[in-house]
Design a protein around this ligand. Structure first.
Ligand code: XMP
Length: 326
């Protein structure tokens, strides 16, 4: 019988054995896997662990606070946040091609994380015990997938925290390698992590950067962040979080349409809602959300979000559509 408590005890013992008195670093993404992996390592070796969180400016509303405050409060981990918004937005300026955006974000991410890593190694080397271990939130399905060696076409270049180059001077610590996602969530709960993190739906590494169709800038990000926050809040309020896989909210930044508001004509952007149901994200169907929930989301977004005058619903399954628009 599977038991979270036993798995935690077993992993804590293993991690202690592997790391000994060494120092260890972990990148947090705000997602479930890195959060639980770090919490397990912290449980095992306490302040020998330092976590690094890169704020690339493409996060959703409240995500940074949830990591910096809620997660840190629940775990007591030592956290360094890197403010990299300007660097990412400068690198993305004027870029519209989806794959180019993904590559830029992935590249900047690796640069930023490696710099933080190097700084920490240097700092800890000064006291004679440099960081030598790197935590990764690899799950069992990731292990199977990457070991499969099947020749599947690369449809989108994926980017994940810790998707680092091979020239590792670090030894990997991967406490979730034998686990499935629902088991990871259970362990997170047992370790007292906040529900907003443990129950989080999938969110792509490149963040809101690939949910703006067109080039990415601060103003567009603010529009999308606001619309996304409204959609998420209403879905949660309607009790639908567990019946959808995820619901990307997409800004068609280069499209405008005519509308009317109050006494005046508007010429604003459409927001796309992309609610999907899925088992594993390989295939998906569009979720038949209740009309009253859609109406509420639409009313609130068009009333509250600057420059948005239309909300549209994506009714495409995967395939042929992908879940994300880019
Ligand atoms: P697509 O758009 O390919 O997405 O149908 C499948 C699932 O993967 C998520 N996704 C990503 N996750 N890094 C991630 O960690 C990425 O670069 C990335 N791109 C897409 C997407 O949200 C969906 O759950």
């Amino acid at each position: 019988d599977w038991n979270a408590g036993n798995v935690i005890a077993e992993q804590v013992a293993r991690i202690r054995h592997q790391i000994g008195t060494g120092r260890v670093i972990c990148g947090l993404s705000g997602g479930v896997d890195s959060a639980v992996a770090a919490a397990l390592v912290h449980e095992a070796v306490g302040d020998q662990l330092t976590c690094v969180f890169v704020d690339h400016g493409l996060l959703r509303q409240d995500e940074r606070r949830q990591v910096e405050e809620d997660y840190v409060k629940a775990t007591g981990v030592r956290l360094i946040t890197i403010d990299a918004e300007k660097q990412f937005l400068d690198a993305l300026a004027g870029v519209t091609d989806p794959e180019t955006k993904r590559k830029i974000i992935g590249r900047e991410f690796i640069r930023t994380f490696e710099q933080a890593q190097a700084d920490l190694v240097a700092e800890t080397a000064a006291d004679g015990d440099p960081v030598r271990f790197l935590v990764q939130g690899t799950l069992y399905p990731d292990v199977v997938e990457s070991g499969g060696g099947s020749g599947t076409a690369n449809i989108k270049s994926h980017h994940n925290v810790g998707g680092l180059p091979e020239d590792l001077q670090f030894e990997l610590v991967e406490p979730l390698r034998a686990l499935f996602k629902d088991e990871v969530r259970e362990i997170g709960r047992q370790l007292g992590l906040p529900e907003v993190i443990v129950a989080r739906q999938p969110f792509p590494g490149p963040g809101l950067g690939i949910r703006i169709i067109g080039s990415v800038d601060k103003e567009r990000l603010e529009i999308l962040r606001h619309a996304d926050a409204i959609a998420r809040a209403e879905l949660t309020l309607a009790g639908l979080d567990n019946s959808i896989w995820q619901c990307p909210v997409v800004l068609l930044a280069d499209v405008r349409s005519v509308g009317v508001q109050g006494d005046g004509r508007t010429y604003g952007h459409p927001i796309v809602l992309r609610p999907v149901s899925s088992e594993d994200a390989m295939t998906a169907d569009w979720t038949r959300l209740p009309y009253d929930v859609l109406a509420k989301i639409s009313n609130r977004i068009t009333n509250e979000v600057k420059d948005v005058n239309r909300v549209v619903l994506d009714v495409t399954s995967k395939p042929p559509g992908t879940i994300e628009w880019e």
